[in-house]
Design a binder for this molecule. Structure first.
Ligand code: SF4
Length: 350
């Protein structure tokens, strides 16, 4: 029923209308089915799977997407029901989920729709550009998703954020066995992001850039190893070797204006989770895994300036303006602390 090359995992393809009820209070939860090892008390395999014991927390854009799908498919039907989603005349098996060729068509149709909307609204810079490699296709779509999850934690791509949550919840971390499909791609993209972060840090330190924060010394040590693996991550095995090396686990976190020099025992983002990966989307400012470079300090100042400008606008109500001003002051204080505390390996070149 599910192709291995499908970019959506079986647990997502098996979601049904009604899987995300409106809660009386608190967050929306998604109730899905698992298919692997699903069997009854006599050990017979359950092809319909069984309900996952632990639901996922759904972020708002994902709840909206589910509501849209629920208006498309019949009550209680699969959200990705092939019979509803495939426009081709080929009859689909009953209760089968969407197949890769239909998804491929949907991805291309979405890109065309987004481009025409951007043109209609005069936002030509948001048109999806023509691609010399041809149609986006499923494999590249998966890699794009993996890239966003690895490099834009808490970023703009809602499915990537949601997938990031699911990834943490589903896996026991980078040491988990039996990783496949999107998880392997995620490992490779995460390892590449780590390698890029370390290579940039190595070059910056060599050029006299300053570094501060409780984890600055560990970051310097990790950066010293960057030249040995830069550009060499092609296979899952190579990615795993990097991700399992505790001396190399450095992640850029642009949204929090810092680098996470991950040490599981000191991490404040997931005290109770069983995971070997940081929750960059839940980064805590008092964590001792934090390091900052001059470029993070520059970004802090730029963001503070933008917030102050916003706060000065007459259109912004006073309570919000106060909040923005306080936030700007906090960011400026962090940048000032960096200036005060930062250390240099080399004399700055300028
Ligand atoms: S809280 Fe600490 S371990 Fe978690 S992401 Fe932030 S710096 Fe990393």
């Amino acid at each position: 029923m599910h192709s291995r090359k499908n970019p959506l995992p079986p647990v997502v393809l098996g979601l049904e209308a009604g899987c995300c009820p409106d809660p009386a209070s608190g967050r929306h939860l998604i109730y899905g089915r698992v298919f692997k090892n699903a069997s009854d008390k006599d050990g017979n395999h359950h092809s319909a799977g069984h309900l996952r014991e632990v639901p996922w927390v759904a972020i708002a854009p994902v709840v909206t997407a589910i509501r849209v799908l629920e208006r498309i498919v019949p009550d209680g039907g699969l959200l990705f029901d092939a019979a509803v989603h495939a426009f081709q005349n080929a009859p689909a098996a009953p209760a089968a989920s969407i197949r890769p060729h239909s998804l491929r068509g949907r991805i291309e149709a979405f890109a065309a729709w987004a481009s025409s909307l951007a043109r209609r609204l005069g936002r030509d810079h948001e048109v999806v550009p023509d691609d010399r490699h041809g149609a986006i296709g499923l494999a590249r779509f998966r890699r794009t998703l993996a890239w966003h999850i690895a490099r834009r934690p808490g970023g703009l791509v809602a499915p990537a954020i949601q997938y990031g949550h699911m990834r943490t919840a589903m896996s026991a971390g980078y040491a988990a066995r039996g990783r496949d499909g999107i998880h392997e791609l995620l490992d490779i993209e995460t390892a590449r992001a780590t390698a890029d972060t370390l290579t940039t840090l190595h070059d910056d330190l060599t050029n006299g850039v300053g570094i501060s924060g409780p984890a600055a010394r560990r970051a310097i040590h990790a950066a010293a190893q960057a030249p040995t693996f830069a550009g060499s991550i092609r296979t899952h095995r190579q990615a795993r070797d990097i991700l399992r090396n505790p001396a190399l686990t450095v992640y850029n976190n642009p949204r929090a204006f810092l680098m996470c020099v991950y040490n599981r025992d000191r991490a404040l983002c997931h005290r109770l989770d069983v995971t070997d990966a940081p929750r960059l989307d839940r980064c805590q400012p008092s964590c001792t895994n934090i390091a900052r470079t001059d470029s993070h300090a520059d970004q802090l100042r730029q963001h503070a300036q933008a917030l102050e400008k916003q706060a000065a606008s007459e259109a912004v109500p006073d309570p919000l303006a106060d909040r923005l001003t306080r936030r700007a002051g906090h960011l400026l204080a962090l940048a000032d602390r960096h200036e005060h505390d930062c250390i240099h390996l080399q004399e700055p070149t300028s």
